[in-house]
Design a protein. Structure first.
Length: 270
């Protein structure tokens, strides 16, 4: 009787394992199929973002050109309300251009199509010119924007001018954007075999719980004052990608909410 029972048990176990094997095979097949579909979907999404961004960038650049000409008085003098309104249009358009630029960069990074154009670049000039570009924004908010240039200019380094300039621009723009009063101070210096760039502001600061998410895609802080500030949470993510592609490091420091922030990156000097 025991032998009989054993034989039955053996058959049952064998049937079960055959069934199990079949199910695992089917599940694996389903997963492979789903994975292939996801990959296709992801490629389509990247493609869509890329095409949409290109199509958006062209008209936005045209708008920028005409608004600039109007503001410069190329079509005749402007009344104060006219120029003030046009300036608002210009600023909104700039935000849109930045957003499209970020989306384009992200789709390129994620599909491995981002190309770098390395050349010897003088960061002293780069930082000074970005500061000039943002001076009016800071002034409008009553902020002191200062640039502590290195006593001895930093050496030129090999980098993609446009991409690193974008990072410098975003960090300084954030400093101004997230500061209600006080100052935004920019510093450039050589530290041994690295060039370090930092922006220190007296603004809203960063909550400790937000620190770990700053450089992630679409991530914005959790403070209430943030709701009233325009932004997409893409700038720092793109910045991190760009700096890491240059074998550098980017980070943030803050004493906490309301205590101001400091954002720095460093790039190796070769
Ligand atoms: N200087 C700063 N002071 C305080 N918070 C900042 C500062 N810069 C960035 N942050 C926080 O990091 C988030 C991500 O920044 P970013 O990627 O540039 O996005 P965005 O500028 O579109 O909000 C911001 O939404 C904000 O919460
Ligand atoms: Mg930003």
């Amino acid at each position: 009787a025991i032998a009989m029972e054993n034989a039955l048990l053996y058959k049952e176990t064998k049937d079960f394992s055959i069934k199990l094997e079949k199910e695992v095979k089917k599940a694996t097949r389903d997963l492979r199929k789903a994975n292939a579909q996801l990959k296709k979907l992801d490629a389509a999404k990247s493609e869509f973002i890329s095409i949409a961004s290109h199509q958006l960038r062209t008209p936005l650049t045209v708008i920028k050109g005409y608004i600039s000409m109007m503001l410069e008085g190329n079509f005749g003098g402007l009344t104060k309300p006219e120029s003030e309104s046009l300036e608002k249009v210009f600023e909104s358009n700039e935000r849109l251009i930045q957003l499209v630029e970020n989306l384009l960069n992200i789709s390129r990074i994620e599909s491995g199509r981002l190309q770098f154009n390395y050349q010897q670049v003088d960061m002293n000039n780069m930082v000074a010119s970005v500061k000039e570009e943002l001076a009016a924004n800071a002034k409008k908010k009553g902020l002191i924007l200062q640039y502590k240039a290195p006593a001895k200019p930093v050496p030129t380094i090999k980098l993609d001018d446009e991409k690193i300039r974008q990072v410098v621009m975003n960090l300084m723009d954030n400093g101004i954007k997230y500061t209600k009063q006080g100052s935004v101070t920019v510093k450039l210096e050589q530290k041994e075999n690295k060039i370090q760039f930092c922006v220190t502001d007296s603004g809203m600061g960063i909550r400790p719980e937000d620190m770990g998410n700053l450089f992630k895609k679409f991530s914005r802080g959790s403070g209430t004052s943030l709701i009233h500030t325009e932004g997409t949470g893409l700038g720092l993510y793109v910045a991190r990608m760009m700096i890491e592609a240059h074998h550098g490091r980017i980070w943030a420091e803050s004493g906490g909410e309301g205590k101001g922030s400091k954002f720095c990156f460093e790039l190796p000097v070769k």
